[in-house]
Design a protein around this ligand. Structure first.
Ligand code: DGT
Ligand code: CA
Ligand code: CA
Ligand code: ZN
Length: 576
């Protein structure tokens, strides 16, 4: 079996190979299909089994030529076209392009001129000064590559949550369907929705563990079995992710759920609380009595928190950052829920670097149950995205008026993702900003400014009375690009002072603001907006990652402006 993730990975690589070969248009088509396949809930293989090639062609964004390649992959597990590209340009595109600042054009030049095939080759060439000697490269590029490799090494051992959550859910659902599986949950850092994941952990209750283990080790994703036993099995998947599966007795399920969800320090504190009460807490349950071996409870997590006189603590909060103390005082926040959002306030259309039309995006957003969606295309300074100037933005606004007449259950809002220029001024004049429903601003240039200058630049921008939301406030790409230097305490204080909303960008490569800053912002009384930053219809589906981060940041519903109905949401913006 070939999973959607594997298909997507191959399509992405083909896109990069074609880009290296300077093939026009096709790279975008492959990239788009990859994105779509990656976000599909139904396995492509199932779609093919049910409705054949035709079923695949009906997936939006997947044309006939790519669909037939996917069929080959599904049927044979191989793709000739991909093998040939790899033979022609034998480089590890996936690993190389994971380094910030390294793209297909650079990879092909480095391969042709210096024979660089992988990250080790690249590092060696950069550190021995070979890259700076190439035409169009120079010392600065070389330093940037070294920095990129170092950053990746430091953070790159972990998977991004968005790379593993769909896979973990799919495995959970497959296991859940087995008649031998009574209960199953994902535990560990994935259950806590931590932004990066070391390995995946599953917990099962089963009357015949051996059958479950047999199934687990023979899943098509598994390439190696480290250990297989009656209560614990460990495997490695093709994508490099390790998985642990544990089977526990029914009466221990809650205790084990708690233990294996972690984090470790949270567990340690719970155990200490148990000891203070003359109890013993372990992954098997809570025990007491004279000898300390009498089972008291442990079927559910709720029982465990209750017996320790604590409010129930949601998994996203279990990071030992004060949640146990708050639970003791019954002061935990009532977290924003996964179904609470009413709209999306950052979406790019095909007027700039997005893939889909405003009307198609609105229809897709409506299907997701949204009541409103803001179209926030880039502005002219981002020339490579074909960013909008005043004239085109006015045209787009008129177009949105026209499209809005076709919808009655969703409102399309006029917006922008306006560039913050080097001096903190904006890429569009105030008189047009005043006409928009939602003005978002963001930093896309001069990432290397000093902390002082960057902070000043941002505060100047968000002090503009027309600016409603500061998009992806720290500029980071997880494991790839460090945030720019900025004093977030100052920015949060300025957001509070000026009534600016801070974005919790839900795209899983960004998650910006991150949980820790979200918590600071909401506790300072700043409102946040959880946005998809979608560049396509498929991209609209990531909001749950942003909600998870907001929950990890102790956020209540009232702090998130896009949980409000339209009118109230607009009122919460600055100049309304
Ligand atoms: P990861 O995999 O690095 O993203 O993070 P986790 O939290 O999933 O950690 P992992 O997979 O090593 O273990 C899963 C949970 O099991 C962890 O959150 C807490 C629990 N756990 C593991 N080892 C220990 C331990 O030595 N002591 C205690 N108290 N708990 C442990
Ligand atoms: Ca884990
Ligand atoms: Ca583990
Ligand atoms: Zn964009």
């Amino acid at each position: 079996m070939v999973t959607n993730q594997e298909i997507a990975r191959i399509l992405y690589q083909i896109a990069e190979f074609l880009e290296m070969k300077n093939v026009p248009f096709k790279p975008r088509a492959y990239e788009k299909s990859a994105r779509v396949v990656e976000s599909l809930e139904e396995p492509v293989e199932e779609i093919y089994k049910k409705s054949g090639l035709k079923g695949l062609e009906e997936i939006p964004g997947v044309g006939i030529s790519i669909a037939s390649k996917v069929v080959e992959l599904v049927k044979t597990g191989h793709l000739k076209y991909y093998q040939e590209l790899k033979k022609e340009i034998p480089v590890d595109v996936e690993a190389l392009s994971a380094i910030e600042g390294v793209g297909p054009k650079m990879i092909i030049t480095l391969y042709k001129k210096l024979g660089i095939r992988n990250v080790a080759d690249l590092e060696k060439a950069a550190k021995t000064g070979k890259i700076r000697k190439l035409e169009h490269f120079g010392e600065k590029t070389e330093q940037k590559i070294v920095k990129g490799i170092e950053f990746h090494k430091k953070h790159g051992g972990r998977f991004l949550l968005g790379e593993v959550l769909p896979l973990a859910l799919s495995i959970r659902d497959r296991l859940r369907k087995l008649s031998q599986v009574e209960l199953i949950e994902i535990v560990g850092s994935i259950r806590r929705r931590k932004e990066t994941v070391g390995d995946g952990d599953f917990l099962v209750v089963s009357s015949s563990p051996d059958k479950v283990m047999d199934y687990f080790v023979s899943m098509p994703e598994v390439i190696h079995v480290y250990a297989k036993g009656g209560t614990k099995t460990m495997v490695r998947l093709k994508n490099g992710l390790d998985l642990d599966l544990r089977v526990v007795p029914r009466e221990s399920f809650g205790a084990a759920l708690n233990y294996f969800t972690g984090n470790k320090d949270h567990n340690v504190t719970l155990r200490q609380l148990a000891i203070k009460r003359g109890l013993k807490l372990s992954e098997y349950g809570v025990f007491g009595g004279k000898k300390g071996d009498k089972y008291i409870c442990g079927r559910t997590e709720e029982e465990i928190y209750k017996i320790l006189d604590l409010e129930y603590i949601e998994p996203e909060l279990r990071e030992s950052t004060g949640e146990i103390e708050a639970a003791r005082q019954a002061k935990l926040p009532k977290l924003v829920g996964y179904d609470d959002l009413m709209g999306d306030l950052q979406v790019q259309s095909n007027w700039t670097d997005g893939e889909d039309s405003i009307e198609d995006l609105a229809r897709a957003a409506l299907k997701l149950g949204h009541k409103y969606i803001a179209i926030t295309d880039h502005t002219k300074r981002l020339a490579m995205t074909h960013g909008l100037d005043e004239r085109r933005l006015l045209k787009q606004m008129a177009e949105i008026d026209r499209i809005n007449t076709k919808f009655k259950d969703i409102s399309i809002l006029k917006g922008t993702e306006c560039d913050i220029l080097k001096d903190g001024s904006l890429d569009l004049p105030n008189k047009i900003l005043a006409k928009l429903d939602v003005v978002g601003v963001s930093v896309h240039s001069y990432f290397n400014m000093s902390r002082h200058d960057m902070t000043k630049r941002i505060i100047k921008a968000i002090s503009n009375p027309h600016v409603d939301i500061f998009f992806h406030p720290t500029g980071r790409i997880i494991n790839k690009r460090a945030p720019y230097e900025v004093d977030m305490d100052e920015v949060i204080a300025a957001a509070k002072r000026t009534g600016t909303v801070l974005e919790a960008n839900a795209y899983w490569q960004r998650l910006d603001l991150k949980d820790e800053y979200i918590r600071k912002a909401v506790s300072a009384g700043v409102k946040i907006a959880i946005d998809s930053d979608a560049h396509s219809i498929a991209g609209l589906n990531v909001l749950h990652y942003g909600i998870a981060q907001a929950r990890r940041g102790w956020t209540e519903k009232r702090s998130v402006i896009n949980t409000y109905p339209l009118k109230q949401m607009l009122k919460a913006l600055k100049d309304k």
